[in-house]
Design a protein around this ligand. Structure first.
Ligand SMILES: [Zn+2]
Length: 336
């Protein structure tokens, strides 16, 4: 199979499920141009009015915000309070069973204190987490499928149970990851009683803006601590909350030939920070690397050995685009 690369950002084409491309350009890049045609100021004004209209004096909270504690969570909460007149928000954080990073713990704590908000730290049954993660790891190499569903489901369930009219989430991932050309405001799970809104459809989503805003309120990156010198990643500020979670991303490299380095480096090309050539070099150098600490944490948490892990990886490796190098690492054939 011949590997195709996006002409604008350098992302691998044709392997990511649901990701579309036209004329050698990925839909994420095409959507970058579409973003310029959206009237963001109008959307922001609409949201401020909408929050006021939806406010119910008999309900304690204006909205629920699904948070991880990451930079996007900080920036969402900040924008809601400081720009859109939210008076009381309930944050819902869904825990996983992996080892949290020091940065992750510090950031969630800081966010809650900074805005003096109520937080539900939702811990799903540990045994169910382990069973579901093992099942989707061994059966389809999609280890965190179940917990990712919970990340969306729990904030919505909490909102419904407490009659809270609005739920906020971050980026509109179908738009940002090139699956849809429409930057829809409402999540498909919305209904009349409980609306789920992507804040990334109100403010144009940008990793760097989100990071800068979060740092204004004390957000820390992995580099601020010593517990995790992460490998196989192009940055120290995304998906930093827990260690084993990284395996959700790295396993995508095994199936589709890309993971976090591709995702982030190509996004930063779209955001004007890197050139396509810089992104391609970073992808070649490190997208294939499996972070050893994350792998160990993942295996320990779901009670499997690293040998069992490696065997499953070999079974699912996409041999059309990957080959093992002399050191036994799966690498993209086109980049060797
Ligand atoms: Zn692209």
């Amino acid at each position: 199979m011949e590997v195709r690369i996006c002409k604008e950002c350098g992302f691998i084409l044709g392997t990511r499920p649901h990701m579309k491309d036209e004329g050698g350009v990925c839909l994420s890049c095409l959507n970058k141009h579409r973003k310029k045609t959206i009237n963001w100021e109008e959307r922001k004004e609409w949201l401020t009015k909408h929050i006021a209209e939806k406010r119910n004096p008999e309900v304690e909270y204006d909205c629920v915000v699904g948070v991880s504690g990451g930079k996007d969570s900080c920036s969402i909460v900040m924008r809601l309070f400081e720009h859109h007149g939210v008076k009381k928000a309930l944050l819902v954080h869904v825990m996983d069973e992996f080892t949290p990073s020091e940065a992750g713990l510090c950031n969630l704590d800081n966010l809650v204190k900074r805005y003096n908000v109520d937080l539900i730290n939702f811990r799903c049954s540990p045994q169910t987490f382990v069973e579901e993660t093992r099942k989707s790891f061994f059966e389809e190499l999609h280890p965190l499928k179940w917990i990712e569903q919970q990340l969306y489901a729990k904030p919505l369930e909490m909102a419904k149970a407490l009659n809270i009219p609005l739920v906020f989430m971050g980026e509109n991932s179908a738009f940002e990851y090139g699956e849809s050309p429409e930057c829809e405001i409402f999540h498909p799970a919305s209904n009349e009683k409980t609306e789920v809104i992507f804040l990334g459809s109100i403010w144009p989503y940008s990793n760097l803006d989100s990071l800068a805003e979060a740092q204004k309120i004390g957000f820390k990156t992995l580099s601020d601590f010593d517990d995790w010198q992460r490998q196989g990643s192009a940055d120290d500020f995304t998906q930093i909350d827990s260690k084993g979670y990284m395996m959700q991303h790295w396993t995508k490299f095994i199936k589709f030939g890309f993971q976090r380095v591709s995702d982030m480096a190509c996004r930063l090309v779209r955001e004007g920070k890197f050139t396509k050539e810089q992104a391609e070099q970073m992808i070649k150098d490190s997208d294939w690397i499996c972070d050893p600490l994350a792998k160990r944490d993942f295996c320990k948490t779901i009670h499997i050995t690293e040998e069992e892990f490696d065997k499953t990886i070999d079974k699912f490796a996409n041999k059309e685009i990957l080959v093992k190098d002399a050191n036994g690492h799966w690498r993209r054939k086109d980049l060797l």
